[in-house]
Write a protein that binds this ligand. Structure first.
Ligand code: UDP
Ligand code: MG
Length: 323
C-alpha cells in the first residue's frame, strides 16, 4: 500500500468530480477509498458523481450514497453525453477551490491524489496524473502516442501527455467555462489557455469491474476533436497536398507532352490512369472530409446546442447551474 502524504489546509475545499457510465461494480469501493484519502487531506470536501446516462444500477447506488453522506452529490444527465461533457457538468456545480477529476473504475488510485496536490502546490495550476498504457490494446497505445505527438508539435512548451486524472485550481475551471469552447474534449482548450501545467507519473491499476467505455470509433472522434480544437493545421495540410499533387500532375503532363512531341511516344498505360484517378480522388475526398470536420463543428456552434442536459440533481441545492 502506497503511503498517503498528509496535506491539510483548513481553508481549502476540495471537489472531486467523477464521470460515471454504467459503473455499478465500482461506485461503493471508490467512495470508500476516496473518502479515506479526502479525510486525510481536507477538512471540507465534496464528491460529485456525474451519471452520464447509466442504464445499470449505478443511479440507485449513487442515490443510496447521497442519503448516507451529504458530501456526495449527483448530477444525473438525461442520456449518455460522453465523459468530457460529464466532467463539464461537474465543473458547473463544483464549489471547491481545488478540483480533482478521476475515473470511476479505480484505474487511477485515489491514493495518488495527494501526490498531484503536492505537485500543484509547487506552483502549478493544472496537474495531470499520467501513466503508461502498457497493458492496454494496441490502438490505445498508438492513440496515446499520437496525442503526445500532436501536443508536442502544437504546444511545444507543454511537458505533458493527457489523462482524465487531473487536479485544477478553481480559477482555471472558471476560465474554461467562460471560454465556452465547443470542443467535446476539454483537454484541448485546457492546454491552450496557457496555465502552468505539470504532470506526475502515477500508478495505473486494472479496471476494477466492468469494461472500458471506449471503442476505436469513439477514440478517433476524440482525437479529431483534440486536433481540431487546437489548430487549423489539417486544413493547411489539405491545401499543401493539393498543391503537391497538382504539381506532380503538371510535371507528368509535361513529361508526356515532351515525350510525344520529341520522340513520338504514344500516351499509354491504363493502369497508370486508374491508379492516378484513384489516388487523386482519394486525396480529394480526404481533404473534403477534413474541411467537413471543421464545418460540422461550425454547424454545432451555430445551433448552440448545450453539451449535456441535466435530468436531476441530488444533494445540490444551489441553482447557479450554467451550461
Ligand atoms: N465515462 C463516461 N461517459 C462515457 C464514457 C466513459 O462518463 O461515455 C466514464 C467512465 O464511467 C469512467 C471514465 O469515464 O469513469 C473513464 O472511462 P473508461 O474507464 O471506460 O476509459 P479508459 O480507462 O478505457 O480510458
Ligand atoms: Mg478506465
Amino acid at each position: 500500500m502506497r503511503a498517503v502524504i498528509p496535506i491539510r489546509e483548513s481553508n481549502r475545499v476540495f471537489t472531486v468530480i467523477i464521470p460515471v457510465f454504467n459503473e455499478e461494480g465500482n461506485i461503493k469501493i471508490l467512495h470508500e477509498r476516496l473518502t479515506k484519502v479526502l479525510l486525510n487531506m481536507a477538512s471540507s470536501y465534496e464528491i460529485i458523481f456525474v451519471d452520464d446516462g447509466s442504464t445499470d444500477n449505478t443511479y440507485d447506488l449513487l442515490k443510496d450514497l447521497c442519503q448516507n453522506d451529504d458530501r456526495v452529490k449527483v448530477v444525473r444527465l438525461t442520456r449518455n453525453f460522453g465523459q468530457h461533457a460529464a466532467v463539464l457538468a461537474g465543473f458547473n456545480v463544483a464549489r471547491g477551490s481545488v478540483i480533482i477529476t478521476i475515473d470511476a473504475d479505480l484505474q487511477n488510485p485515489p491514493e495518488e491524489i495527494p501526490r498531484l496536490l503536492n505537485k500543484m502546490d509547487e506552483g502549478y495550476e493544472v496537474v495531470f496524473g499520467i501513466f503508461k498504457r502498457e497493458h492496454e490494446p494496441f490502438y490505445r497505445r498508438i492513440g496515446s502516442a499520437f496525442t503526445k505527438w500532436v501536443l508536442s508539435r502544437l504546444l511545444p512548451s507543454l511537458p505533458t501527455n493527457l489523462s482524465g486524472f487531473r487536479i485544477l485550481r478553481s480559477f482555471v475551471v472558471d476560465e474554461l467555462k467562460a471560454l465556452g469552447e465547443r470542443s467535446m474534449f476539454i483537454d484541448g482548450p485546457l492546454c491552450w489557455m496557457g496555465f502552468k501545467i505539470a504532470t506526475v507519473d502515477v500508478k495505473r491499476d486494472k479496471r476494477l469491474a466492468g469494461k472500458s467505455k471506449y471503442n476505436l470509433f469513439k477514440l478517433i472522434n476524440y482525437w479529431l476533436d483534440l486536433v481540431i480544437s487546437l489548430t487549423n493545421l489539417p486544413l493547411k495540410i489539405a491545401m499543401l497536398s493539393g498543391i503537391i499533387l497538382g504539381l506532380v500532375g503538371l510535371l507528368l503532363a509535361f513529361i508526356y507532352l515532351v515525350g510525344y512531341l520529341l520522340k513520338g511516344y504514344p500516351v499509354q498505360g491504363f493502369a497508370t490512369t486508374v491508379i492516378f484517378i484513384t489516388v487523386f480522388s482519394g486525396v480529394q475526398l480526404f481533404c473534403l472530409g477534413i474541411i467537413g470536420e471543421y464545418i460540422g463543428r461550425i454547424n454545432l456552434e451555430v445551433r448552440n446546442k448545450p453539451k449535456y442536459i441535466v435530468r436531476e440533481l441530488l444533494n445540490i441545492h444551489y441553482t447557479n447551474h450554467v451550461k
